[in-house]
Ligand binder design. Structure first.
Ligand code: URP
Ligand code: ZN
Ligand code: ZN
Ligand code: ZN
Length: 484
């Protein structure tokens, strides 16, 4: 079996920075150290060698709001690799009444063309005995995370009783529940009022989803998870109110993870006031972009550790698809792209400015995600025995982001015109060089499903604590304890 060696680079992990070569064989790292020899040399002079990015939140070819997101597993994972992301976790989304295993089969089929490794979260979009039963089968297939939408009333939304039932089932199975935290009842009511008053443009999307609806729902989900005795992962945390709830919970010992998106960190609400309808509509997503106060809060969360991961929620729609909502903002498909841009944008806006360190960059784009999602150190690590999902990162390479040169199949880019410094020179997926100096060099279908077992160390610790502190009857002299 031919080997490869990455030479002359500096390894950057979540906790160390040091000079060493990396020897790869059979898709894995087999040695790390000085003066290693291999059949092929990959030169990393002037570069950092880091774990490939993991995007824990994508929607590729997702059926949503009367259409499908435009990037599928082929174009989406090409975009991922071109930006240094070597794994995506997408959401299998049962339609109301559809079985979970049936939905999983559909997502298995879609993912066949993936250029990089992938896994799935399973969405709980309705509740019943079948869902309860199939959650076990899903975990046996290597899916340990279940997503709940607290928004999108009348479509994907679940209510508190359903969430509580599902969270308790997650606790039993050793899985982690995830939430899209926005109060869907309030959003529906505010949207109807705005429309009735003649607020039909994309800016009304932002008016209909103020930070309070996110803060309230985040806090509610945290409390429900605490009562169910299970950790919680909050997707696309965009505002101070939600971050505050997460921060407070973590300081109380609750196991809660927050995930800001690169879009919320770097783009603000002024995008919705652009005079060009298309410009504003292309940026419609939930939650909406916020102001600088919220952005500063998210950055502080990343550097202080109260927020854990940076994702994209890549859910790209073309301009034509966005135009479904001309005259009615509630019909604009919600979602933005970012898979190719997450790492370069975070490096440029975060590491180059001193807001986060290189090691924190690796933690929030890869290592923390691998740990929370229970695939560390197979993924998210530069260690002997880990998959060789690696990036050779050139901190001096520059480009101006443009739809004209992107891998995504849509006709615009929400980061258009942003100059980034820091780009992958090479991206390796299980030891294969799949992106090299500006071009995709790996075949589609190279990606493999990554099974993630239930039972993270944190989940097990929380179960132990909850069991120890569970309500117990008080033994009283002369009164027998019955019913146990
Ligand atoms: O607007 C968004 N975020 N679209 C994708 C679906 C979701 O809510 O994550
Ligand atoms: Zn969402
Ligand atoms: Zn999403
Ligand atoms: Zn391809």
């Amino acid at each position: 079996m031919a080997s490869k060696v990455i030479k002359n680079g500096t390894i950057v992990t979540a906790d160390l920075t040091y000079k060493a070569d990396v020897l790869i064989e059979g898709g894995q790292i087999i040695a790390i150290g000085p003066d290693l020899k291999g059949d092929r040399v990959i030169d990393a002079t002037g570069c950092y060698v880091m774990p490939g990015g993991i995007d824990p939140h994508t929607h590729l070819e997702m059926p949503f709001m009367g259409t499908y997101s435009a990037d599928d597993f082929e174009s989406g994972t090409r975009a991922a690799l071109a930006g240094g992301t070597t794994m995506v976790i997408d959401f299998a989304l049962p339609s109301p009444g559809q079985g979970l295993m049936d939905a999983l089969k559909m997502w298995d089929n879609k993912a066949g063309r993936a250029h990089c490794d992938y896994s799935f979260h399973m969405a709980v979009t309705w509740w019943g005995e079948q869902v309860f039963g199939e959650m076990k089968l899903v975990t046996e297939r290597g899916i340990n995370s279940f997503k709940h939408f607290m928004a999108y009333k009348g479509a994907l939304m679940v209510n508190d009783d359903e969430m509580f039932a599902s969270f308790k089932r997650c606790a039993e199975l050793g899985a982690i529940p995830m939430v899209h935290a926005e109060n869907g009842d309030i959003v529906a009511e505010m949207s109807a009022k705005l429309l009735a008053e003649g607020n039909t443009g994309p800016e009304a999307h932002a008016y209909s989803r103020p930070s309070q609806v996110e803060g309230e729902a985040t806090n509610r989900a945290i409390m429900i998870a605490d009562m169910a005795g299970v950790p919680l992962y909050v997707v696309h945390t965009s505002c101070e109110e939600a971050h505050e709830a997460i921060r407070r919970a973590r300081m109380q010992g609750k196991r809660v993870y927050g995930e800001p998106l690169i879009q919320h960190l770097t783009l603000d609400e002024s995008e919705y006031f652009n005079a060009d309808w298309d410009h504003a509509a292309r940026r419609v997503m939930s939650p909406p972009f916020r102001n600088k106060m919220h952005q500063d809060s998210l950055w502080a969360g990343l550097s202080s550790g109260s927020l854990s991961c940076v994702a994209t929620d890549h859910c790209a729609f073309t301009t034509d698809q966005k135009r479904f909502g001309l005259g009615d903002f509630t019909k604009i498909p919600n979602g933005t792209g970012g898979l190719e841009d997450r790492l370069p944008m975070l490096w440029s806006a975060g590491v180059n400015t001193g807001r986060i360190t290189m090691n924190e960059f690796v933690a929030v784009t890869s290592t923390n995600i691998a740990k929370i999602m229970n695939m560390y150190p197979k993924k998210g690590a530069v260690l002997v025995g880990a998959d060789a999902d690696l990036i050779v990162w050139d901190p001096k390479a520059r480009k101006v982001i443009s739809a004209a040169s992107q891998q995504s199949s849509i006709d615009y880019n929400v980061f258009e015109g942003k100059e980034v410094t820091g780009l992958p020179r090479y991206t390796l997926s299980r030891g294969e060089v799949v992106f090299s100096e500006g071009a995709i060099t790996g075949p589609e279908g190279h990606g493999e499903f990554v099974a993630r077992a239930p039972g993270t160390p944190v989940g097990r610790a929380l179960s132990t604590w909850k069991e120890l502190t569970a309500p117990r009857p008080v033994a009283r002299a002369g009164i027998p304890v019955t019913g146990v």
